[in-house]
Design a protein around this ligand. Structure first.
Ligand SMILES: [Zn+2]
Length: 127
């Protein structure tokens, strides 16, 4: 079955702004560190199945690693003889970045899923 692909630019923008990837009208965040079950505007299902969250965690891990490698490479010229401080700094980033990035990892994962498969709409009317 062919389906019309969502607009990739809209999907990416909505992902980064933590909006529902399907309609863009509501936030995916219910409260800090709590992703909503459904879109409150169009009813798209965000928490679609057991284990669905693994994708968001994977995105978070991959991007955290990328950020650490980037920060490391950028800071080499300044920190070449202070490697202990550099390692401590990278450790702090490794701890704090995934926390700060939590909502966006969900935004990107939901946007990706919406683009690839289309988020299912629940029959339960949104509150
Ligand atoms: Zn929506």
């Amino acid at each position: 079955v062919k389906r019309k692909l969502p607009n990739i630019k809209d999907t990416i923008l909505r992902s980064l702004m933590l909006r529902c990837p399907a309609c863009g009208k509501a936030s995916i965040v219910q409260r800090p560190f709590r992703i909503a079950e459904h879109c409150s505007s169009c009813g798209a299902h965000f928490k679609r199945e057991e284990g669905f969250f693994v994708g968001a965690i994977l995105i978070n891990v991959v991007i955290t690693e990328a950020v650490i490698v980037m920060v490391y490479l950028i800071s080499i010229p300044w920190l070449s003889f202070e490697s202990q401080k550099a390692i401590a700094g990278l450790f702090v980033i490794a701890l704090l970045f995934p926390v700060a990035f939590y909502h966006h990892s969900w935004g990107i994962w939901l946007g990706f899923d919406h683009f690839v498969e289309g988020l299912p709409h629940s029959r339960v009317p949104p509150r």
